[in-house]
Design a protein around this ligand. Structure first.
Ligand code: PRP
Length: 181
């Protein structure tokens, strides 16, 4: 275990099993409106996305977005800025948005609204972690998720603190002294 990590919340094996199960579920749900498009929200989703799309075993395409949100949790979803948009045309297609963590839901609410304005067949939200204790600014809910988490500061498997720890193979709780120093 990394020295800055207090405990492991989800091990490499637990993540692999959960992602495999989710991939199969998504594959079974895809309706057949052309080739489904997975959209990863960078950077946090990149490892989850890479594993998830391989676990679906279906014909699919991938694209990525970068969304930056500003302000505190009481600010509405209007404060999200799409820094990098997808290049794919999503008209009439099934879209699955892949995120590492759903917290206030500000980011995904804005992303979903933007995508829906482009007339896709469907937009589903898939998150690795759902922060169940979060103050939501939107009533958006995940269609697919791997795990619920509480208020701990989680890192690993794509999730960072100050851009570090994304490459940990597990999801762990960061020691308080690391982010309070
Ligand atoms: C994190 C995370 C989500 C968002 C979730 O991104 O990856 O995109 O915050 O929070 P919300 O539900 O309150 O909007 P971050 O801005 O830390 O960027 P990163 O993905 O590059 O780490």
């Amino acid at each position: 275990m990394h020295n800055d990590v207090e405990k492991i919340l989800f091990s490499e094996d637990e993540i692999r099993n959960a992602v495999a199960a989710l991939g199969k579920r998504i594959a079974a749900d895809v309706s057949g409106n052309g080739t489904p498009l997975f959209i990863g929200i960078l950077k946090g989703s990149f490892i989850f996305m890479a594993d998830l799309v391989r676990e679906t075993g279906i014909n699919c395409e991938m694209d990525f977005m970068i969304a930056k949100s500003y302000g505190n949790s009481t600010v509405s979803s209007g404060t999200v800025n799409i820094v990098k948009d997808i290049s794919a045309d999503i008209t009439g297609r099934d879209v699955i948005v892949v995120e590492d963590i759903l917290d206030t839901a500000r980011t995904l609410a804005a992303v979903k609204e933007l995508l829906l304005s482009r007339s896709p067949a469907s937009v589903k939200i898939c998150t690795l972690l759902d922060k169940v204790t979060a103050k939501r600014v939107s009533d958006l809910k995940a269609d697919y998720k791997c795990f619920d988490v509480g208020n701990e500061f989680v890192v690993g498997y794509g999730l960072d603190y100050a851009e570090k720890y994304r490459n940990l193979k597990y999801i762990g709780v960061l020691k308080r002294e690391v982010y309070e120093k």
